[in-house]
Design a binder for this molecule. Structure first.
Ligand code: F3S
Length: 280
């Protein structure tokens, strides 16, 4: 079938840097842990595990060297690691570091900090640690947690869409606060991939969005493509493809999240080009 690729997709500079930091640290030898999986991609995690990168979920269980992934960590976790005397290799994405710094600064300036993001996402959990009493909201029904007055300082999870950020800020402002300071912490790498994915979705019969099921930016790409009105499948790789997904379709589009390696996309595209939907 005909296959078209999004003009922008796959690894972002933050993920590339984290993988490079892992490779360089592994090359030195010794015991190395990443705190949580280094990126939300099973294939990459397995490849680095084979080279000796251990995954730990508790800072108290790491020894030797610990790699902080691109999502970053909160100050409490970093303090805990420092107290344990482990070597820290910090691969926090510069854009996540910026968001962490903005949370601290908004608090110093007297704002009650509001983070628009998924409370359970590792980036958001970390960012919320940089000021006391940060409120995390991600849907209209969460807004009842907000105080009734005072000054609000708002930022957003880096991987959210412009539309979601704008919608949530609009709803917060409508509640009538005298002062609201909004700082744009969205990631342009994500925004560019979202724009390219929606453009492509409008010109194909079916979209395949490749990336880990845990990857927030991949899930958001799939949501936006679905919202554009095209049947959309979020898959990790070609192994999850089923013929019925392409049945009756002539043109397929492919995009991929910021933690999806190029070879996963290339393999999927090659197989899909050879696939003949009408003969299934
Ligand atoms: Fe950083 Fe954006 Fe990637 S925040 S980790 S460059 S998706």
């Amino acid at each position: 079938m005909e296959v078209r690729l999004a003009r922008k997709m796959g690894f972002c500079f933050g993920v590339e840097r984290a993988i490079q930091a892992a490779e360089e640290t592994l090359a030195r030898g010794g015991e190395i842990f990443s705190l949580g999986e280094i990126i939300h991609n099973r294939q990459v995690v397995e490849r680095l595990a084979a080279k000796g990168l251990n995954v730990a979920h508790d800072p108290e269980s790491v020894e030797g060297t610990v790699l902080i992934r691109s999502h970053g960590e909160g100050p409490d976790t970093l303090d805990q690691l420092t107290r344990r005397g482990v070597e820290i290799v910090d691969a926090t994405c510069v854009l996540v570091k910026r968001a962490q710094g903005i949370v601290a600064r908004l608090h110093e300036e007297g704002y009650r900090v509001v983070v628009i993001g998924q409370a359970s996402h590792p980036e958001v959990r970390g960012v919320c640690g940089y000021a006391p009493d940060v409120i995390c909201v991600d849907a209209p029904e969460d807004l009842d947690q907000l105080p009734l007055g005072g000054k609000l300082g708002i930022i957003c999870q880096t991987t959210h869409s412009v539309k979601h950020f704008g919608d949530m800020v609009g709803l917060i402002v409508a509640r009538g606060y005298a002062e609201v300071k909004v700082v744009n912490t969205l990631c342009n790498e994500v925004k560019d991939r979202q724009t390219a994915a929606v453009e492509l979705a409008r010109e194909v019969d079916v979209m395949f969005v490749l990336g880990g099921k845990q990857s927030a930016n991949t899930r958001e790409l799939a949501r936006l493509c679905g919202e554009a009105g095209v049947p959309t499948h979020h898959l990790e790789d070609w192994g999850q493809f089923r013929p019925e997904m392409a049945h009756g379709k002539a043109v397929a589009g492919i995009t991929a999240g910021a933690s999806t390696p190029q070879w996963v996309v290339a393999e999927f595209a090659d197989n899909l080009r050879r696939f003949q939907p009408d003969q299934q």
